[in-house]
Structures are given as structure tokens and as C-alpha cells.
Write a protein that binds this ligand. Structure first.
Ligand code: AHM
Ligand code: MG
Length: 353
């Protein structure tokens, strides 16, 4: 009889592909030597809600829960039934765990004070982004940001707990309900992606330590708005075309961002003449993806400065967003800057360049 020693994973990786999300979160808790486990629990709560929303999105066509709900949210956009369901699911999951004191949601006009003054964390969430794609079976996503509260634990929540710049995030992530469902998150120590195995009901590590290519060949922007773009954006997109890049635009931020993160590319939702602040929301859309982008070696700016440095002034504040492969974002930024210079200076700079 031959007895062979068990050969453990040979990849030499600390966290081998196939590790469950639960186990990964537990192992990674050592990144926070002074933490008492609440953040880990909070991430688990989000993963559980994501599984439930995943189930709902998968059966949307069957169960007749797609389509409009008949109400509009604070932005005046029509709420879809699934938006409402996702909102309820996430709020329920976040309120049960006891780690969270307040929630900002795209679907809620005001901050939700969970009346849990012992909660250490504030969560900003877009429960279901890409709402125009819900009804037509196209990828949608959840985006979340986690902040540590600023005021002492035990005291009522204050504005300073909520209005924090993205640089203060302790964790952020997204769930992509696509051809497979993925959860991608960071706690400031790199970015890891987990794929959901439906039959086992588990997320498994499938994309360890994601690093974005410095440059790619994809640009993602709603070209229907071109007449409204600033000169710098027009110039940059023209250059993308001259370079032979591909245009890819799903209209679900999470899906467009995720593809570009893995393949290399840039996503732009610019300021337009009609909407000087763009469309996307700083607190629960741009900040989380900006944190992930930077952790993966990519960049996120509003045209001039880092998204993560913007001090929010209002809950549902919008921001222009240029996010993706670092060299592409820098190039777009420099073209935007150049287009603001007086024409004579632009000419001399382009002659020099
Ligand atoms: P939503 O929060 O109402 O879903 O809007 C955000 C979405 C993003 O997912 C997407 O990138 C963008 O809006 C698309 O907007 P547009 O249709 O103007 O191109
Ligand atoms: Mg949204």
C-alpha cells in the first residue's frame, strides 16, 4: 500500500484561489491588529445581503418584480421594484449586526440613524446601481463604502460622521450581478475578488490581489452626450478613436468599471453643459470605486483632483468621474487642463509636445 503525504496548495500564495470569503475575511483580520472583529462581521453582513439580492435579481423576470415601483427617489428618478427590494435587504442586514450606526443610501432622502450609538461604522450604499438595466437582464451592481464614525461611540451621530472624504474609507466594495456574481472589496490592503458559487451558496476567492493594467484599449462613456462635453473630453475621446481603442459602455457603472479594471481602460462620466457636476454620486458611487481603483494601481479623478480628496457638502452630491488605468486617466486629465488654457498657450504647448 502506498501512502502519500497530502500536497497543500503549491502556489505559495497566502490566500489561495478557492478560499471562501468567510475564511478570507477571518484570515485578513490580522491586517487590523487593534480591531475587535466588527468590520469583519460587517463585511459578512454585506455578503449575506448580496446573496439575497442576487437571488432576487436572478428571479426578477419570473417573479414579476422587475419594472417600475411607481415612486421616484430623491433624484427624481423612477424607482424600480428591485431597487426598493435591494435597499430593504441591505438596510436590514446592516441594522441587524450592531456594527453600524448610520446608513446613507441612494434610495433614501435622509441619513438613516439606526439608533445604535454603540455602532462604530457608517455605511454609504447604492443598493442597486444601473437601474435602467434591471428590466432588460443586463448586469447591475451594488456599491458600498464603510467609514469609521468620527464622534465618540455612545454619542448621537453627527454630520461629521457622515460627510467624510473618501480618503477616510476603511473598506469599500461592489457586487456585480453579471454572467456570474462577484464581490470585490478592499480594506486598504489591495483588492480581492470573489465569485459566487450558486449551488454552494458561497463566495470563493477567484481574483486575488487585482492590479489594473496601467494602460488599456477600452474607453467607456455615453457618446450620446457628446454635444454637451467640454473640449478636453472631446479631444481625449477623439484621441482614443485615433489610437484604435474600443468603445464599450454598458450603462451600469459597476460592470463598466469592473471590465476596465481587469482588462485596462477608462470610464468617464463627465461634467456636461447641462449637468456641471456630472451624474454620479460622490458618497455611494464614486468614492468606493475610487478607493478600489487606487488600491489596484488605477486612478480616479473629477477632472482635476482625486475623487478621494473631495470634501462632501451634501448627501446626494454629484461629481464628474474619470476612473481607470492610470496612464489613461492622467492623459485625459492633461487634455482637460490644456483645453482650459488660453488658445495661444495651448498652441505653444502642443508645438513643444
Ligand atoms: P443609477 O444610480 O440611477 O442607476 O444611475 C447610475 C448609472 C451608472 O450605473 C451608469 O454608469 C450611468 O448611470 C449611466 O448613465 P447614462 O444613462 O446617462 O449614460
Ligand atoms: Mg446608482
Amino acid at each position: 500500500m502506498q501512502i502519500l503525504p497530502y500536497q497543500p496548495d503549491q502556489s505559495g500564495m497566502a490566500y489561495p484561489v478557492g478560499t471562501t470569503l468567510d475564511r478570507f475575511i477571518k484570515l485578513k483580520q490580522s491586517d487590523f491588529p487593534f480591531a475587535s472583529g466588527e468590520l469583519s462581521q460587517l463585511l459578512r453582513d454585506i455578503a449575506l445581503a448580496a446573496k439575497i439580492v442576487n437571488r432576487e435579481t436572478n428571479r426578477a423576470g419570473l417573479a414579476n418584480i422587475g419594472g417600475a415601483f411607481g415612486q421616484t427617489n430623491i433624484q427624481g428618478e423612477e424607482q424600480q421594484k428591485l431597487d426598493v427590494i435591494a435597499n430593504i435587504r441591505f438596510i436590514r442586514a446592516l441594522s441587524k449586526g450592531g456594527e453600524v450606526c448610520a446608513i446613507v443610501s441612494e434610495e433614501e432622502d435622509a441619513v438613516i440613524d439606526l439608533q445604535n450609538s454603540s455602532g462604530k461604522y457608517v455605511v454609504a450604499i447604492d443598493p442597486l446601481d444601473g437601474s435602467s438595466n434591471i428590466d432588460v437582464n443586463i448586469s447591475i451592481g451594488t456599491i458600498f463604502s464603510i467609514y469609521r464614525r468620527k464622534t465618540p461611540i455612545g454619542s448621537p451621530i453627527q454630520e461629521e460622521d457622515i460627510m467624510q472624504p473618501g480618503s477616510e474609507q476603511v473598506a469599500a466594495g461592489y457586487v456585480l450581478y453579471g454572467s456570474s456574481t462577484m464581490l470585490v472589496y478592499t480594506t486598504g490592503f489591495g483588492v480581492n475578488g470573489f465569485t459566487y458559487e450558486t449551488s454552494l451558496g458561497e463566495f470563493f476567492l477567484s481574483h486575488p490581489n487585482i492590479k489594473a493594467p496601467k494602460v488599456g484599449k477600452i474607453y467607456s462613456i455615453n457618446e450620446g452626450s457628446e454635444p454637451e462635453w467640454q473640449i478636453g473630453i472631446k479631444d481625449y475621446i477623439l484621441q482614443c478613436k485615433q489610437n484604435g481603442y474600443s468603445s464599450r459602455y454598458i450603462g451600469s457603472l459597476v460592470a463598466d468599471f469592473h471590465r476596465n479594471l481587469l482588462k485596462g481602460g477608462i470610464y468617464i462620466y463627465p461634467a456636461t453643459l447641462k449637468n456641471q457636476s456630472g451624474k454620479l454620486r460622490l458618497l455611494y458611487e464614486a468614492n468606493a470605486l475610487a478607493f478600489i481603483a487606487e488600491q489596484a494601481g488605477a486612478l480616479a479623478i473629477d477632472g482635476e483632483k482625486r475623487i478621494l480628496e473631495i470634501i462632501p457638502k451634501s448627501l446626494h452630491q454629484r461629481t464628474p468621474l474619470l476612473i481607470g488605468s492610470s496612464e489613461m486617466v492622467l492623459e485625459a486629465q492633461s487634455m482637460l487642463q490644456k483645453s482650459k488654457l488660453p488658445l495661444s498657450q495651448q498652441m505653444s504647448e502642443s508645438l513643444e509636445g
